[in-house]
Design a binder for this molecule. Structure first.
Ligand code: GAR
Length: 193
C-alpha cells in the first residue's frame, strides 16, 4: 500500500508541484490531495493540471470538526505537509494527527520564525540583518508557530550583494531539492541525511 500524502499550500505552489512530480512514479507514496485556504491560489491549478485532487476551504471550515477535519479523515493521510501554508494550522487537526504534520520554513529556525515571518518577509529580514547564511528548516508542527521539533536543516551562503529575491531563489533551490526526499525518508522511516 502506498503511503498517502496530503499537501496544504496558500499561494504559488512550486513546492507542491515539485512534491507531486517527485512521487508521481513512486511505488512508496503518493499525493492524494492538495488543500488551500485561498480559492485563487495558483497551487490549485498546478495540482489539477497534474491530475491531483485540489480544492479550497474557508476559515470556518478550517476550524470546524465537521469541515476540514472530516475531509482529511476521508483521505486518511499518513503525512500532512504544509508546503507554503501561511495560516496558523488548526489545533484540532494537529491533535488528530500527532507527529504527522510537518512544515517547511524558508530560514534556519529558531531564527526568523514566528507570526508574520513567511515568504519575502523572512528574506528581507535576513538581508537587513546582513546574515552570511540562510537556509531551510523542515519541522514537526505543534501549537506554537514554527516551534515544533526540527527534522532537517540545510544551509546556503548569502553574499553581501544578495537581494531578498536572490536569497529567496537560493532557498527555493534547497526546498525543491530536499523537501520531497525528507518526506520520503519520514514515510519510509529511513535515517535522515
Ligand atoms: C516557501 O518558501 C515556503 O518555505 C514558505 O512559503 C514558500 C512557498 O512557496 N513557507 C513559509 O514561509 C511558512 N512560514 P511555493 O508556494 O512556491 O511553494
Amino acid at each position: 500500500m502506498k503511503k498517502r500524502i496530503v499537501l496544504f499550500a496558500s499561494g504559488n505552489g512550486t513546492n507542491a508541484q515539485n512534491i507531486i512530480n517527485y512521487f508521481q512514479n513512486s511505488n512508496q507514496a503518493e499525493v492524494v490531495c492538495v488543500l488551500s485556504n485561498n480559492k485563487n491560489a495558483k497551487v490549485l491549478q498546478r495540482s489539477l493540471a497534474l491530475n491531483v485532487l485540489a480544492f479550497s476551504f474557508t476559515k470556518t471550515e478550517m476550524l470546524s470538526p465537521q469541515g476540514l477535519l472530516s475531509v482529511l479523515k476521508q483521505h486518511n493521510p499518513d503525512l500532512i505537509v504544509l508546503a507554503g501554508f501561511l495560516l496558523k494550522f488548526p489545533e484540532i487537526i494537529i491533535d488528530a494527527y500527532p507527529n504527522k504534520v510537518i512544515n517547511i520554513h524558508p530560514a534556519l529556525l529558531p531564527k526568523y520564525g514566528g507570526k508574520g515571518m513567511y515568504g519575502q518577509h523572512v528574506h528581507k529580514a535576513v538581508v537587513a540583518n546582513k546574515e552570511t547564511q540562510s537556509g531551510i528548516t523542515i519541522h514537526y508542527v505543534n501549537n506554537q508557530y514554527d516551534q515544533g521539533g526540527v527534522i532537517f536543516q540545510k544551509k546556503t551562503r548569502i553574499l553581501p550583494q544578495d537581494t531578498p529575491q536572490d536569497v529567496a531563489n537560493k532557498v527555493q533551490l534547497l526546498e525543491h531539492q530536499w523537501l520531497p526526499k525528507v518526506i520520503e525518508d519520514i514515510l519510509t522511516k529511513a535515517a535522515l541525511r
